[in-house]
Design a protein around this ligand. Structure first.
Ligand SMILES: [Zn+2]
Length: 263
């Protein structure tokens, strides 16, 4: 239960020891608790069963956390873009919500993290990710997070899987477990630079379910959603799975760290 997400110790160091904002490096950073009182770092489910241990942790956090960003930088990047919808099947749509836009400075941070394994960008990305409100009615007993799977080939080439790292932190923040029942089987070309039609056909049959999920609420997660084609294809695979009877379908949510424009 009290497992650590990847690079957790480094994140704590960044949050507790750095006095300056991670983004502008000029102003003092502000503790998360003072930036947005509704979005405590503590897992929301714990507030129901507020143990004295939890209270101590909360007090410790408020007292000693210097935060990651200054108020001004926080306000400049934590837009919640308008959710957008993609079709899954006839009459069913998937709503995709992102924590911010794929623009400066998040775009540069995501690229450095993804393509150059620059872990110094991780605190900033997670700060943004934590602004995503947990989907209503979803909790650790009835939901799982499905991180956009990568192919074995890409994993070997890259050496690490950036989406799974972000998803692990979202899992910890929301207190909703990860589920790894979907595999990516395409070893085809990258999605970058393809038209929407090319992306969709490239994504046909890209995913396969290794087992049905134990719960019915699946929260799909990807790092960047531009057209939403990858999330759409993943949602299609999950909703078309023959092992699920039609009156027992999964309820699907979709989240991304950043919503990119196509330009
Ligand atoms: Zn700043």
């Amino acid at each position: 239960m009290h497992h650590l997400a990847p690079y957790q110790a480094g994140l704590w160091l960044a949050e507790y020891l750095n006095i300056r904002c991670q983004l502008c490096a000029v102003y003092r950073s502000t503790p998360q608790s003072k930036l947005s009182p509704t979005q405590s770092l503590l897992r929301p489910s714990l507030s129901d069963q507020h143990s004295s241990f939890t209270k101590i942790i909360e007090q410790f956090h408020q007292r000693f956390s210097s935060g990651l960003l200054c108020t001004s930088c926080h306000n400049s990047i934590t837009w919640l873009p308008k959710p957008f919808e993609v079709d899954i099947t006839a009459g069913r749509t998937l709503t995709i919500r992102a924590a911010t836009y794929y623009d400066y400075p998040i775009r540069q941070a995501i690229r450095a993290f993804k393509h150059h394994e620059d872990m110094t960008k991780l605190p900033l990305l997670l700060h943004v990710l934590r602004q995503l409100p947990r989907p209503h009615g979803c909790h650790h007993d009835n939901s799982v997070i499905v991180a956009m799977p990568t192919t074995d080939e890409r994993l070997i080439k890259r050496g690490f899987d950036p989406v799974s790292i972000l998803a692990a932190h979202l899992s910890k923040h929301w207190d909703i477990p990860l589920w790894k029942g979907v595999k990516r089987i395409d070893n085809t070309v990258s999605q970058q630079g393809l038209t929407r039609a090319e992306r969709l056909s490239n994504l046909d049959n890209a995913f396969t379910l290794s087992a049905p999920a134990a719960v019915k609420r699946l929260i799909l997660f990807d790092d960047v959603a531009t057209t939403g084609a990858s999330l759409q294809a993943l949602a299609r695979t999950l909703s078309n799975d023959p092992s699920i009877s039609s009156n027992n379908k999964y309820h699907l949510w979709a989240y991304a760290l950043a919503h990119g424009s196509q330009s």
